[in-house]
Design a protein around this ligand. Structure first.
Ligand SMILES: [Zn+2]
Length: 606
């Protein structure tokens, strides 16, 4: 669960979970058919013609046997609507009429929220004013002509609420005064600027206005394009408590829905690029506000879609900008491709001259950003030894960040071919042999280790999902505490917690509490799979496992007893060296046991 669950109490989550029915919630997005005890439909997360997306009423879980997505009703909403856990919970609460008690705000939080609300209100009022001026004011004639020349139709102007800030010093100011809006707030929002003597005046003059909205649709700032020779050509609202250029993208609320459908988000450079694509029905697009992509931008993109395509102008600068973002995409593990436009063209020119289909063709052909980077890095490779070293040094830090082994392998092979060095040498040069050296590598290695599948744990958990009546038996034998790995121990603990007498398992409750997304997916799939064990077979396997664990425990006790005995002998003989070694072994053996317990207690407190 995300960190934003803080303001939702456990009780509230529990209430929502009990009220919500996954079949109803999924049914809004997927047309479901009853098949036996479950419902099936076409998966909203991958393209398919025969339904492999399965939902169960009594399990309160979903799983797609096609693409492996699964989990609770919260997981479904989060994924299908790009929501955080807290947002999904709020939405369900609204739907089922549950009142969510909010944690009380601190005075500082309250002031910050009230200011943010005020700033957005002022911006909203200004957006309405600029829009009206653009549509109605005779002085906006040249602005309307300009938009017509750029092929921006009335629908686009309305949907994005484009506006015009007239060429005067007191247009916006008088408008806001008339609405009894505090000019001080308007200054803070950046709509008005203040002279040193305290006099305030319109910041945006004779500019085409682009209201910039956050994911929730609030106007947080503006971009203004000069309609004369004034510089800068594009003027943005200054940074404010609600407006941070490095954290916001143009087109968010509209793109949100479209990205979900397309499973992809396009990043273009400018307002007009985005609008031109929109005008042709390509709506899964966002644009940074004249800045290079930041890590916050990339995180925002990852919330919109599982894949990104960077669309940049076919010139040298555009290419360099796109390649600079490569590291961010790699670090955030968001797969990205690069759509390269012909030299000297931006997306606006391109769709204007060649049309939508030509653009979609380029989109289909877009290559992974890393592949393009690799080739660019080799462009001035001259075949010399020094050139080899240079090239390898250039790509090494990035190649190490490539998340997928398979991809890393294919890039290595490409380098091998181009540079004419053996893969062995390359691996050594890149530091890809032996233990990972970087901090990132270490964390990654640990993570991989933690999520490895302990075969017996998996078998036991799967059997218990199908035969919950075995749970008390295993719990009493202490087997569920003995699961290896923290995530699996949490699952063991939750199996015990959500077991109800009479052989019933409250799987919905278990799924909501289970922290590991990977395990939520697995548990959902087991709960919806065809039961692979006969009752006899299942109980046999469980008994074997109980015996196995008892043996493991027994062996540890035997080891301890034997050590204890040898320690006594060493003490009698006053063999200090031997005694030290034995005590260390004993400490290690005890620690192993304690560590297991400590993890479990931590899990219980979470
Ligand atoms: Zn699927």
């Amino acid at each position: 669960m995300g960190s934003d669950v803080g303001r939702l109490t456990r009780e509230a989550i529990e209430e929502i979970r009990t009220a919500a029915n996954i079949v109803d919630v999924v049914g809004v997005h997927v047309s479901l058919r009853k098949r036996g005890k479950t419902y099936v439909g076409l998966c909203p997360f991958h393209a398919e013609k025969t339904p492999s997306f399965t939902v169960s009423d009594d399990r309160q879980a979903f799983y797609c046997f096609g693409c492996g997505v699964g989990g609770s009703v919260f997981d479904f909403l989060m994924r299908v609507r790009n929501l955080t856990f807290a947002e999904a919970a709020k939405e369900l609460a609204d739907r089922y009429g549950i009142h969510l008690p909010e944690a009380p705000e601190t005075p500082v939080q309250k002031r910050a929220r009230e200011l943010a609300d005020l700033l957005c209100e002022v911006n909203e009022a200004a957006a309405a004013y600029f829009h009206r001026v653009l549509l109605e004011d005779p002085a906006a004639g040249p602005a309307r002509d300009y938009l017509r020349r750029r092929d921006m139709g009335p629908e686009i102007i309305r949907e994005f609420r484009l506006g015009y800030a007239p060429a005067r010093w007191d247009g916006c100011r008088r408008q806001l005064l008339g609405k009894r809006i505090s000019l001080q707030v308007a200054v803070q929002a950046g709509l008005l600027a203040q002279k040193t003597e305290g006099e305030v005046y319109d910041r945006f003059r004779n500019r085409l206005m682009f209201p910039i909205r956050d994911l929730a649709g609030r106007v947080v700032g503006f971009g203004g394009r000069a309609l004369d020779e004034t510089l800068p050509k594009y003027l943005n609202s200054p940074e404010s408590p609600v407006f941070h250029k490095g954290r916001i993208l143009y087109g968010l609320p509209v793109a949100r829905e479209a990205c979900r459908k397309e499973g992809e988000v396009l990043v273009v450079e400018g307002y007009f690029d985005l609008l031109a694509l929109h005008g042709r029905g390509i709506r899964h697009v966002v644009a940074p506000l004249g800045t290079a992509l930041t890590v916050q931008h990339v995180r925002l993109l990852a919330r919109l879609a599982p894949r990104a395509v960077v669309v940049f102008d076919g010139d040298e600068a555009g290419m360099r900008a796109a390649l600079r973002s490569l590291e961010l995409f790699l670090r955030e593990k968001l797969p990205a491709r690069l759509l390269k436009l012909p030299d000297g063209m931006d997306p606006d020119d391109f769709v204007g001259q060649r049309g939508k289909d030509a653009f979609l063709q380029l989109l289909a052909e877009a290559r992974p950003l890393f592949e393009v980077f690799l080739e660019e890095s080799l462009v001035d490779y001259d075949g010399s030894i020094a050139g080899k070293v240079r090239s390898v040094r250039k790509v090494a830090p990035f190649l190490k960040l490539v998340d997928s082994r398979v991809e890393q392998e294919s890039y290595l092979q490409l380098l091998t071919r181009r540079l004419g060095v053996s893969e062995e040498v390359l691996r050594q040069e890149l530091g890809l042999v032996g233990a990972p050296e970087t901090e990132w590598g270490r964390r990654h290695a640990e993570k991989r280790d933690d999520t490895r599948v302990p075969a017996m744990e998996e078998v036991v958990a799967r059997i218990l999902i199908h035969y919950p009546s075995g749970i008390p038996l295993l719990a009493e034998a202490g087997i569920l505490d003995e699961f290896e790995g923290q995530e699996w121990r949490e699952l063991g603990r939750l199996l015990e917690k959500h077991y109800r007498t009479g052989g019933i398992l409250d799987l919905g409750g278990l799924l909501v509490e289970l922290t590991s997304e990977d395990l939520r997916r697995r548990v959902s799939s087991w709960s919806l799979e065809e039961n692979p064990w006969s009752e006899e077979n299942a109980s046999l396997r469980l008994r074997e496992y109980i015996e196995g664990i008892k043996g493991r425990k027994g062996r540890r006790l035997d080891d301890l007893r034997r050590l204890q005995h040898e320690i006594r002998i060493a003490e009698e003989k006053r063999d200090e060296a031997r005694l030290g070694e034995l005590l260390a072994r004993k400490a290690a053996l005890v620690a192993r046991r304690v560590r297991g317990k400590a993890n479990l207690t931590k899990g219980e407190m979470e």
